[in-house]
Write a protein that binds this ligand. Sequence first.
Ligand SMILES: [Cu+2]
Length: 242
Amino acid sequence: MYHTMSATPTDVIATKSEWTIQDHPKANEDIPISLLIKDKSNQPIQTFDTVHEKKMHLFIVSKDLTYFSHIHPKYKGNGEFDFTTSFPAGGDYKLISEFTPKGGGDPSVESHWVKIEGQSAEVKALVPDQNLTKVVDGKKVTLSFNHLMAGMTVHLNFTISDAASNQPLKNLQPYLGAMGHAVAISDDVKKYLHIHPMTTEGNGPKVTFMTIFPEKGIYKVWGQFQHAGKVFTVPFVINVPK
Ligand SMILES: [Cu+2]
């Protein structure tokens, strides 16, 4: 699995994970889940760096990438994290955790598929967006690129305005220690990129992220930003050419 914080080479500590979830988890119920992070020799890793204000960031997506959730498991000690979540429908979900063992440079990623019982949601094919402007929670967000191509550094620009007044938003708030966060996942749910803003360019209206899409293909990208104390998430489906 690819994962990168930026376009610099990665320096990742090898890890293993053990996930614990009840038998027959069902949709729309609170499901406690724990995961144990171990090193290559199966010893629990004890100490994790706090990165973007948390020791672990965890993303939950449905197999068709319709559902997306970003949560922060609690560190219990001795390598164990836990959280409780619910799933909106039956089906397969991927849990993607990102954390940095002390001494690691870039974050490690451990993921796990879970099968949730219950009525399945309609599975939607991932179709690239024709229009890269969306309105979410009263914000109008446009995604643009300097040069979108697999294997090359790309700048993703999110430009945000108030949907009602069309005025550029210049008072975004830091969310988890940055002016925004973005995650990209390939349509086969195999490639995962957590992308942080390049620089602090004030508080909007434009937030630029830098990454490298490792291969051509269709990706879903979620940008997350905070305004007036509320986090909003804007998804885009893009086709990254070779
Ligand atoms: Cu997070």
